[in-house]
Design a binder for this molecule. Structure first.
Ligand SMILES: NC(=O)c1ccc[n+]([C@@H]2O[C@H](COP(=O)([O-])OP(=O)(O)OC[C@H]3O[C@@H](n4cnc5c(N)ncnc54)[C@H](OP(=O)(O)O)[C@@H]3O)[C@@H](O)[C@H]2O)c1
Length: 277
């Protein structure tokens, strides 16, 4: 696994595991726990979840996968915008901690912006930090203007990550959000790095995959994490695909590969609103 140094001094893996769609079906729960344990064994020690996923079911899967080795796992969870008042955030975090069967969440994100004042959510995040219930907090689906507003708040600089849609099909953040986050040392967590599956089968990736003896999914993920300050969090419930995904951490694409990918998936030529899932 490759790591990068966060401004907190901690090392974070460049690849983590997503959990959207997990925890929805009791019959699949044991398999989902096992595949996340495999992710941990392969070095994907960051697991992304949310109170939303499986209506809390995904957090229970994560809790089971992390049981026994909690200190080796970096758990990311998220509060729903409709819970993101001061009191609502405090209560949502308690419920997440129960489902995760842990005393703390490593990184707690506001899932997307809703109608609650940002200052109230940040105040709750800071209180949760003081109480040791979360170690860091951040945001998700925040565009440049949202980030400006956040960073202008008294504790706004404590924002430790912004989780956004980023993949070969959706390169919009390269225009402004990504460079600005890099400048401020706020890592980008790239969600849907396989565009929810299609990039794993994309024809344009096949020749590069053959050249490196890997699959197109591995190429798409290696591309996402090619630059500093980006963590990709692909989701899979399949053991073989988990191995393919993990292989991306060790694959460095060369200039020819990157040029071919730029031709097939052109970078942005202007600022567009942040794409969302
Ligand atoms: N903050 C947000 O608003 C937000 C939004 C969306 C997602 N997320 C987070 O980001 C994570 C990843 O995003 P995502 O789940 O939307 O999409 P994704 O990771 O781009 O793609 C997941 C899909 O691709 C398939 N897949 C995974 N690896 C594969 C491989 N090697 N070959 C072929 N198919 C493969 C999976 O199927 P199988 O499971 O059957 O392999 C699944 O259907 C989520 O799970 C969630 O944790 C956050």
């Amino acid at each position: 696994m490759r790591f990068f140094q966060w401004r907190t001094g901690e090392n974070l893996p460049v690849l983590g595991a997503g959990t959207w769609n997990m925890g929805e079906n009791g019959a699949r729960a044991d398999d989902e726990v096992e595949v996340l344990k495999l992710a941990l064994d392969l070095g994907l020690t960051l697991i992304d979840t949310a109170e939303m996923y499986g209506a809390g079911g995904a957090e229970k899967i994560v809790g089971r996968a992390a049981a026994g080795g909690r200190d080796e796992v970096f758990i990311v969870s998220k509060v729903y915008p409709h819970n993101a008042t001061f009191d609502g955030t405090m209560a949502a975090c308690e419920r997440s901690l129960q489902r995760l069967a842990t005393g703390h969440i490593d990184l707690y994100l506001l899932h997307w912006r809703g109608s609650s004042p940002l200052a109230d959510t940040v105040e709750a995040f800071e209180r949760l930090k003081e109480q040791g219930k979360i170690r860091h907090w951040g945001v998700s689906n925040f565009d440049t203007d949202d980030m400006e507003e956040l960073l202008a708040l008294p504790a706004g600089r404590n924002c430790a990550a912004n989780q956004v849609l980023y993949n070969l099909n959706q390169r919009g953040i390269e225009w402004q959000l990504l460079p600005e986050c890099r400048k401020r040392e706020v890592p980008i967590m790239a969600y849907s790095p396989l565009a929810q599956g299609p990039l794993a089968r994309h024809r344009a990736l096949a020749p590069i995959a053959r050249k490196h003896g890997v699959t197109p999914a591995t190429i798409a993920l290696a591309w996402t994490i090619r630059g500093p300050g980006v963590i990709a969090i692909p989701k899979t419930s399949d053991r073989d695909r988990m191995r393919e995904n993990a292989a991306a951490a060790d694959l460095i694409l060369d200039r020819d590969d990157l040029a071919a990918l730029d031709r097939a998936f052109p970078p942005p030529s202007r600022k567009n609103p942040l794409a969302l899932n």
